[in-house]
Design a binder for this molecule. Structure first.
Ligand code: ADP
Ligand code: NA
Length: 320
């Protein structure tokens, strides 16, 4: 079966000044370079899926000064036919991230079933109006599309209590976000016993972090609101714990997967989460060449390179 993912999310212009040091309060420093690069979690994750070899379309909104972002997405292999350009009245200034934030927050009409035809997966974050995220999630769920969400920035407590979690197939959060979700919905009445499966090579070095994630995740998936979802809880350099049902109607298991062992220093963790999410979704899409080691390896390469979109490796670069 051929799979195709739709990402409905944010796209920004990220602007960078190159400086020798960070200024102290009141101090003026000169910058020796200025650069604009594409950003936004939606765009980053769509590019990560494309670089991982998946077929992906992105739907997001840019203002008139963001047309080049669409070309950037296209150059990385992301389908851009659904992109929307709005003529936001504004002058292009250095504050353009603000302008694009505005463009991201314009509401699009809800998707029609026809507009979702051909998609097997939907990936969402939380940098666009939550109303739009919920509309896409609901429409996709109705059509039996696999839905994945990396809710960053995290929903407020009230939004968390009202969100239709049962329509979600997969939730990707870091440990702090998992804790906050649990705090928003409250502890479950009873906690299911979920077996923690460690890799064949045995216990991880940071067993305390893994056990703690196992406890929080077990509580979360025991909560009526989250019971039906598979949850991936990422743990930075420690790796991840995934709470998954291996078959319909069978209880969940917690699988620990260590992070990549790096052969160099951590240079820049920006984008590692987006790289991870894109590679993870490409794995769900069942690409023939995907392995769980690729997922870990891709994020490991990403933290050893500067940049966001540029630091996401192509699948060929991820050595298994
Ligand atoms: P987020 O940035 O969303 O908080 P994490 O920090 O948990 O996400 O990182 C996501 C994934 O990126 C981790 O599961 C891991 O595979 C990888 N990763 C992050 N930091 C490192 C690191 N220092 N070394 C190796 N892998 C890392
Ligand atoms: Na990076």
């Amino acid at each position: 079966m051929t799979t195709k993912c739709l990402v409905r999310g944010s796209i920004n212009i990220d602007e960078y000044f190159h400086v020798k040091s960070i200024s102290r309060p009141g101090e003026t420093i000169s910058s020796f370079g200025f650069e604009s690069r594409p950003g936004g979690k939606g765009a980053n994750q769509a590019v990560a899926i494309a670089k991982a070899g998946g077929s992906v379309d992105f739907i997001g909104i840019v203002g008139p000064n963001g047309r080049w972002l669409i070309n950037e997405l296209h150059s990385h292999g992301v389908g851009i036919d659904k992109m929307v350009i709005v003529e936001v009245q504004n002058t292009m200034t250095r504050l353009s991230p603000v302008l694009h934030h505005a463009a991201n927050h314009i509401e699009l009409p809800p998707p029609t079933p026809g507009s979702l035809e051909g998609f097997t997966h939907l990936l969402l974050q939380n940098e666009i109006p939550l109303k739009s995220t919920v509309e896409y999630l609901s429409a996709a769920h109705k059509l039996g599309i696999i839905t994945i969400m990396n809710p960053s920035p995290l929903l407020t407590a009230e939004q968390t209590r009202e969100f239709p979690w049962r329509k979600l197939s997969w939730l990707i959060v870091n440990e702090g976000e998992a804790r906050d979700l649990l705090a928003s919905v409250g502890e479950p009445r009873s906690v299911d016993t979920i077996e923690l499966v460690l890799p064949p090579e045995g216990a991880p070095e940071d067993l305390i972090a893994v056990r703690s994630a196992h406890m929080i995740g077990s509580k979360l998936v025991s909560h009526p609101k989250f019971k039906s979802i598979n949850i991936v809880c990422t743990l930075g350099s420690v790796g991840l714990v995934a709470f998954v049902s291996l078959a319909q109607g069978v209880g969940k298991m917690a699988l620990y997967l260590p992070a990549a062992k790096l052969d160099g220093p951590v240079v820049d963790t920006t984008g590692a989460g987006d790289c991870f999410t894109g590679y993870f979704v490409s794995g769900l899409m069942g690409l023939k060449q995907s392995h769980k080691e690729d997922l870990i390896g891709a994020a490991g390469i990403c933290v050893q390179r500067r940049g966001t979109i540029d630091s996401i490796p192509l699948r060929e670069e991820v050595v298994v």
